[in-house]
Design a protein around this ligand. Sequence first.
Ligand code: DC
Length: 224
Amino acid sequence: MPDSHAAVPVVAIDGPAASGKGTIARQVAAALGYHYLDSGSLYRLVAHQALATGTDPGDGEALAALARAMVVRFDGDAIRLDGADVTEALRAEAVSAAASRVAVHPAVRSALLERQRGFRRLPGLVADGRDMGTVVFPDAAPKVFVTASAEERARRRRRQLAETGIDVNIQSLLRDIRERDERDASRSAAPLRPAVDAVILDTTNMAVEAAVAAVLALIAPARR
Ligand code: DC
C-alpha cells in the first residue's frame, strides 16, 4: 500500500501569518512522532527563486516553472534549495511579502500540490499552512484553524525578529500583517479560510503549551 494512501493520518493546522501555527504544529508533530510539513516554506522558496532570478511576480506560468524545478531538502529545521542552506533567507520580510504574491497564482498552487501530498507518510503528518484542510488534505482529521488578533500577531513577529537582532517598527509590522491577511483571504485560488469542519483556536491570550494541549485533545486517544 503506498504511503500516500488515505490511511496515513493527517492533522491540518491552518491560519494567518504569525498566528503561532508553525510553533504549535511542530510541537504537535513532535508529540505524536509524526512528520511535519511547513507548506508556507514552499511558497517562500518560490518567492526566493523569483527574487533571485528577477521573475515577474505577475507571471504565474513562469513562477510555476520555478516551483517545479526547485530541488528542495528539508533537513530537520534547515531548508536546502539546490544544495544551499536558505533557512534564514526565507524568513526575510521581502520574501514573506513576495510569497503571499506568488501564492495567488493557481498555476503555482497546482505546481506545489503533489509535492505537498508527498509528505504524507507513515506514521502520520502534521501539515501547517493556509489550505491544508480545505484543498491539500481535505480528509485531514482533525482540522484546526489557529488565529490571534492582528495586534498580537504583530507583537509576536516583532519579538521573533528581535531575537535575530532585527528591530522593526510595530506599526509597519501591523500594516504588513493586515495587507498579507487581506491578500491571502481575498485571492480566488484557495483563499485563507477555515474548513467547514475546522475547529477554531484563538491563541490571542493562550500560551503555546495550552494551544498544543488543545490540539492534542482533538486527536483520538489511540493516536496520541
Ligand atoms: O506560513 P507562511 O507565512 O510561511 O506563508 C508564506 C505565504 O505563503 C503566505 O503569505 C501565504 C502563502 N501560503 C499559502 O498560500 N498557502 C499555504 N498553504 C501556505 C502559505
